[in-house]
Design a protein around this ligand. Structure first.
Ligand SMILES: Nc1nc2c(c(=O)[nH]1)N=C([C@H](O)[C@H](O)COP(=O)(O)OP(=O)(O)OP(=O)(O)O)CN2
Length: 354
């Protein structure tokens, strides 16, 4: 399977700051601190890592070294007006690679720079609601009234977090502690329909709206960009490996293991009756044979795997998945939180969130 490979890394740092380009009464004018997270991803030059399979380790090490320059510092001593956006741009300059960069100061907000360097502020909102899917086959568990702790992730370029909050407030009032099926336009409240319903209510008041991402459970969700839907389903793999192409003496050459987060991304037209692209349950069922080839196995013993680095594994998974799920067009495989590889088909680079 061909596809384009991106690598990703993440790092954290603890730091203090004060901001002045905020409204007069804004709490960020006070000296305050955060546990920041920074994430990078992108296509790396061919031999950048020194050997195939060394990319994740080197990118993680380099990002961690850059983040260490800010750790336990007063950021205003390093960067003027150290907002999330300006921090992301500082990291972009320091890394010196064509990477997308995201910085979050809190668990529910941050700024992502897209491939064109445009800043997208994002906020993550939680709402608790009941729903049932009226068009699923008899006996499908989602035909019964049930509920979720949903989350919505809203990306908008040229917006502030306060503008996101103002645009979200009326949506929260309608969704939180309610039954979605009782809301006009949500008679069939799948993740896909919910993401476009939220889009339709926020786009008129948020001109830079870029993505609405709905997390229905911890392992699945849908993203709408005003035109298309993308869905994903997550899997956790516990596997052993050793990299054949790592240099002598490298820990990567030793027998070791990871608890991987594997994310299958799917794109398909919306089924007008079902209100979804493909049932998450069907994704899980159809992918299960591939999952069983990987989970709790020594990956380096597979004859059809050239090596077990994240990029090679992702390509292999994409090929295997598409034999059963042709709607899969992207695979993310992370060895640790935010660190791993993405392989995607087509010309369109992965959209936000990072
Ligand atoms: N494409 C969609 N498929 C499904 C949706 C949806 O909104 N879009 N919704 C459901 C159900 O609401 C269900 O609650 C969530 O799906 P599912 O992944 O099956 O539920 P789990 O996360 O509990 O599954 P795991 O067994 O934990 O993986 C069904 N399909």
């Amino acid at each position: 399977m061909v596809g384009t490979v991106w690598h990703a890394a993440a790092a954290g740092f603890e730091a203090a700051r004060r901001l002045v380009n905020v409204p007069p009464a804004h709490r960020a004018r006070n000296l305050h601190g955060h546990g920041f997270q920074v994430r990078v991803r992108g296509e790396l030059p061919g031999d950048w890592a020194g050997f195939p399979g060394g990319e994740v380790q080197r990118l993680s090490d380099e990002l961690r070294d850059v983040a260490a320059m800010l750790d336990f510092r007063l950021l205003n001593e390093v960067i003027d007006e150290p907002s999330d956006e300006r921090l992301a741009r500082w990291f972009s300059g320091q890394m010196g690679l064509p990477l997308e960069v995201g910085v979050q100061s809190m668990a529910d907000r941050g700024v992502d720079l897209d491939g064109a360097g445009r800043a997208h502020a994002w906020r993550r909102y939680a709402f608790h609601a009941a729903h049932r899917l009226p068009n699923v086959p008899e006996g499908h568990k989602c035909g019964r009234m049930h509920g979720h702790g949903f989350e919505a992730l809203i990306h908008a370029h040229g917006a502030t977090h306060e503008q996101l909050d103002a645009a979200w407030a009326p949506v929260q009032l309608q969704l939180h502690m309610n039954c979605l099926n009782e809301l006009a336009g949500l008679e069939n409240p799948t993740s896909e329909m919910l993401s476009s319903w939220i889009w339709s209510r926020m786009a008129p008041v948020l001109p830079g709206l870029a993505n609405v991402t709905v997390f229905e459970t911890a392992s699945c969700g849908a993203c709408h960009d005003g035109r298309h839907w993308r869905t994903w389903k997550d899997f956790t793999l516990d596997s052993a490996l050793q990299l054949k192409r790592a240099p002598e003496g490298s820990p990567l050459r030793r027998l070791h293991g990871h608890t991987y987060l594997l994310r299958l991304h799917l794109e398909a037209p919306l089924d007008e009756v079902m209100g979804w692209t493909l049932d998450f349950g069907d994704v899980k069922r159809l992918f299960d044979p591939v999952f069983r080839m990987l989970d709790h196995h020594p990956l380096h013993e597979r004859a059809d795997l050239a090596d077990c680095d994240a990029a090679t594994l992702s390509r292999w998974v994409l090929g295997q998945a598409r034999e059963r799920l042709p709607q899969v067009n992207r695979v993310d495989l992370h060895e640790t939180a935010g660190c791993g590889a993405t392989v995607y088909l087509g010309a369109e680079a992965p959209s936000l969130p990072i």
